[in-house]
Design a protein around this ligand. Sequence first.
Ligand code: ADP
Ligand code: MN
Length: 252
Amino acid sequence: MAELPKRIKEEKRRKDEDLFKVVDSTIDSRTYFNLIQIARRLNIEQYLGAISSGKEARVYPARTYDGKYYAIKIYYTSTAQSKRAIKKYTIGDVRFEDIKVSNTRQLINTWAKKEFKNLTRLYEVGVRVPKPILVYENILVMEFIGEDGLRAPLLRELEDNEITQELYEDLIAQIKIMVGKAKLVHGDLSEYNVMVYNGQCYIIDVSQAIPLEHEEAEKLLRRDIENINNFFKSKGINIKPTDELLLELGFS
Ligand code: ADP
Ligand code: MN
């Protein structure tokens, strides 16, 4: 391939640098390169500063040239704990049977891929989740929940007067579609993994969701519902007892 003239090379490098609003030292060079490719594909003008940095991933808003936003979740570490978790949640899940758990990089990518697959399955049956856009290695791109690059609040962050009976019913309805139609159990559901936008619940952070056949499904579903019930109960909302909900969902 012919060498690019020096001036054009310079220009291209400058553009790639402008892609990132802030320099984030946690982004390694391979991820950085992949982000540049993704930007080309999705018409992204700029990646903004991280919204959150959790134990295993960071989430960034990305703005397109048309002024739309995506949420970019980058998985960046693999702690011993997450390795155990991946084994626990992927073993017994036929969709991930041939995944090797030895290579760390591959392991991180598996986490991203798993979240993408779960999001897709949920989105397709009509659970309110961020629309999945693409997954590439350790990068997951999804619909941005919020306005103008400002994320919507988590359930946990709402004012007391915003926590209503309708919101509870809406969240329970989402759980029912999740279990009844997508046949998935979230596994880490709480007021920290629900966003509220325009008075509606969006379920997020579904990388660890497991199919109903999984041996831990009932136990995890019970815990998920209990978390949600405890939260709403503490805010004075009328809740349906966990056992009753489990029964309605086909667990006795
Ligand atoms: P973690 O594993 O770090 O908990 P989450 O998927 O829960 O990862 O995302 C972390 C945070 O990023 C969330 O609490 C929320 O504030 C923000 N976030 C996640 N997904 C989106 C999205 N689609 N749109 C806007 N903000 C998001
Ligand atoms: Mn989370």
